[in-house]
Ligand binder design. Structure first.
Ligand code: PEP
Ligand code: MN
Length: 361
């Protein structure tokens, strides 16, 4: 529920409305737009005080039909959230590409992958140290050793690091070594884990559960934000449908729908949607065209030898070609791909009237 206050209301009025709501044991989030001050009521049972709020002279309107995900709703920040990491921004005009192997498998492997990602123009290195595998007999990841190898790859290449955290107890160690914490599709509704990543300061990449609706994804993000961490990105990675020609069905419509409903940046994972590398570039292009703020793509120095998801991983040459296509696609919609750390800004034609944010690095 949201109370819309008159634009000319006094600070005292605002404070009164806030106190009134808090008096019912509820929390508030106050935000300002050009036309009004919004007091969002956070917590259960807010509807009961709708009538009381309506009688306050500073309240112009009470919206009881506001979405249940108060903090991440677009209305809270119509201009969209920008997440700054290591001198670049996700959610601005730049499109940020995260790439790397499904799992960190060895020191040589992750260093080779990181070099390929940096050379191709990626900005963030991905790689699972803790892997949530469907079978208990599959490779489970190198754990903390994998995190240390990711940190070594970051030190060498300057790439930032995104890696998955699968258990609440491991949040502190992952947060210490990674720049972005990934919550995987299988854990999207692990509510204790969502709160735990909400209580630490690193940005979170929250993947959509394979059977989750968009509203469930937004409510999962709300868990993270309400626990104290507003730096959340959402990731569409394909959902399970009756179709078997792809590993998952990439819900490309989720991109504009999320953009409409939330201020959080939207990332697309074409690799886990596709399940095979041949169609990854087409899905990646479609994601950019649909308005995604970034991509997370699996790249392996030798996909045929990968311990997980090799079939859907691009090799380094494939990644270079993909990045070239993405730069053209981004330019066509007035955006550009964030250059690799330390790279000379790629020679992409600047579209007319583009509010490019080159200076942000
Ligand atoms: C992954 O990124 O390797 C992964 C396991 O993804 P998802 O959670 O989307 O299946
Ligand atoms: Mn994978």
């Amino acid at each position: 529920m949201i109370a819309v206050l008159s634009p000319d209301c006094s600070l005292r009025d605002k404070a009164e409305v806030v106190r009134l709501v808090e008096g019912y044991g509820l929390r508030v989030q106050v935000s300002e737009t050009d036309e009004a001050s919004l007091v969002a009521v956070i917590g259960q049972g807010g509807e009961a005080i709708a009538e009381v709020l309506r009688t306050h002279h500073a309240v112009r309107e009470v919206r009881t039909d506001a979405p249940p995900y108060t903090l991440v709703a677009r209305e809270q920040r119509p201009e969209g959230s920008r997440i700054r990491i290591d001198g670049f921004v996700i959610g601005g005009d730049e499109i940020v590409v995260m790439a790397g192997p499904c799992a960190v498998e060895s020191r040589d492997g992750i260093l080779a992958a990181a070099r390929a990602v940096a050379a191709g123009g990626g900005r963030i290195l991905r790689g699972g140290a803790f892997k949530p595998r469907t079978s208990p007999y599959s490779f489970q990841g190198l754990g903390e050793e994998g995190l240390e190898l990711l940190a070594e790859a970051r030190a060498e290449t300057g790439l930032s690091v995104v890696t998955e955290v699968v258990a609440t107890a491991e949040v502190p160690v992952v947060a210490e070594l990674a720049d972005v914490l990934q919550v995987g599709a299988r854990n999207m509704q692990n509510f204790r884990l969502l709160s735990a990543v909400g209580e630490q300061p690193r940005p979170v990449l929250l993947k959509r559960g394979m059977m989750a609706t968009i509203e469930e994804l937004l409510l999962a993000a709300e868990y993270v934000v309400t626990a104290g961490n507003p730096r959340v990105m959402l990731c569409e990675r394909g959902i399970r449908t009756y179709e078997t020609a792809t590993r998952n069905t990439l819900d490309i419509a989720a991109v504009p729908v999320l953009k409409e409903r939330t201020h959080l940046p939207v990332i697309v994972d074409p690799s886990h949607a596709a399940g095979r590398r041949e169609i990854v570039p087409a899905l990646a292009r479609a994601a950019i065209a649909a308005g995604a703020d970034g991509l997370i793509v699996e790249v392996h120095p030798r996909p045929e030898e990968a311990l997980s998801d090799g079939r859907q991983s691009l090799d380094p040459e494939g990644f270079v070609l993909l990045m070239e296509e993405l730069r053209s696609m981004a330019a066509a919609i007035g955006r550009h791909v964030a250059p690799a750390p330390g790279a000379v800004v790629p020679d992409t034609p600047e579209p007319a009237n583009s509010p490019a944010i080159r200076g942000s690095r």
